[in-house]
Every structure is written in C-alpha cells, then in structure tokens.
Write a protein that binds this ligand. Structure first.
Ligand code: SF4
Length: 209
C-alpha cells in the first residue's frame, strides 16, 4: 500500500505496510478503487448536469462515497466492499443518464461518414468529451469561415444529428487523446481546444490551414 491521505502519514511521506491510523492494505485498496470510481461518476454526472439532467441517487452516492474516505475512524472492510459494489451500480446508472442527456439533446446517433483530411480555411481542433461545449463552439463559429475538426475521443460527436448538421464540423484528425501533443507537434494543424480535460487545457487563435 501507499497511503499519504492524511497528516498522520508515516515519516511525513506515506504509510506503506499498514496505516499509522490502523488502516490495513485491503481497506486502503478498496478506498483507492472507490475514489477512482467516484472521479469517473463525477465526470459523467457533471456533463449530464450541464445539459440539465440529474439523478438524486447518483448525487447522494457521491456524497456518501466521498465522506466514507474522509474519516479515518471506520475501516470496516465489508462496508468498503459494499460501497465499491454500489459504485459499480452507480456507474451504470450515470452512464445511462449521460447517454439519455446526449440523445435527447442532440438526437439519436446515426452512422455517418467522417472525413479525415483538412480543408482550406481557418481551423480549430477539438478534443475531450463535452458535447455541449462543442455545440456552443459550433454555434458561435457558424458562418465565420472557421472549420472545426474533432480529435480522437471527440469523434463520436459526428454521429449526433444536431452536431452533424453544422457544415463547418469538417472531420476528425489525429490518434488517441494521449497523443494530442505529439499529433500537434507532428503536423495535425490548428489550435487545440480541450473540452472536458482541463489538465491539458490550452488555446490559441485559429490558424489558417
Ligand atoms: S489515512 Fe491512515 S494509512 Fe493513510 S496516511 Fe493517514 S495514517 Fe497513514
């Protein structure tokens, strides 16, 4: 285990064999897994909320799960096992909530052809998961001579009729999102706009391709 969750941590670095507080490695692993699950659930719930969709059970579980890791007085293994199982159920629930939010807002997905090259004119390359932000970008660049390209994980955006209807949503460029910086350095043109991945957020003025 490697726990540096609190100020009691061993030597001011981390508890590695067992916790100064009494936490054992199994509970630590379950807490870690729960935290990663909560991060994922939060991301999906956030995007759904942006579109006006919420689920009180999802919100309640986020509070319950987070609180369970904030206290270091209850290390009941069975309780954390149950919270992890509930995290799995809540993940399915929030995925369905976001699917419904996307489909009811932007239309049921349809198979479409997506160009992979570039077109003459200014261009913006967009990555991330935030379809609402992409919609706003498309709406605000409409008729301005700026082409918008998706990058990797934003590719499915083309399948939503309300997004596909924008003629300046031109195509998809690049590989996976982890390759965004190398892609940009090796010839994928235009500024990059990250929607939904604020760790790598950056922006520039549109560039003519
Ligand atoms: S929560 Fe427990 S195991 Fe983790 S750093 Fe604090 S004392 Fe160590």
């Amino acid at each position: 285990m490697f726990c540096n969750q609190c100020q009691q941590t061993l030597g001011g670095v981390a508890c590695t064999k067992s916790g100064v507080c009494g936490k054992n490695p199994d509970v630590h692993s379950l807490q870690e897994n729960l935290l990663y699950s909560l991060k994922g659930i939060s991301a999906y719930a956030y995007h759904a909320r942006e579109l006006g969709y919420t689920d009180p059970e999802v919100d309640a579980f986020l509070a319950e799960g987070l609180y369970s890791t904030l206290t270091n007085v209850d290390f009941d293994l069975q309780r954390f096992l149950e919270l992890n199982l509930k995290a799995g159920q809540t993940t399915l629930k929030v995925m369905d909530l976001l699917r419904r939010a996307h489909v009811e807002t932007f239309g049921e997905r349809q198979p479409v052809e997506v160009a992979t090259g570039t077109f003459r004119g200014h261009g913006i390359v967009v990555t991330g998961h935030d379809l609402k932000a992409l919609y706003e970008l498309l709406r605000q660049t409409e008729g301005k001579g700026i082409n918008v390209y998706t990058h990797s994980e934003m590719l499915p955006a083309h399948a939503y009729p309300k997004l596909h209807a924008f003629p300046h949503l031109k195509g998809n460029l690049g590989k996976s999102w982890t390759e965004l910086r190398p892609d940009a350095a090796s010839g994928v043109p235009g500024p990059d706009v990250h929607l939904g991945d604020r760790r790598a957020a950056g922006s520039q003025a549109p560039r003519r391709l």
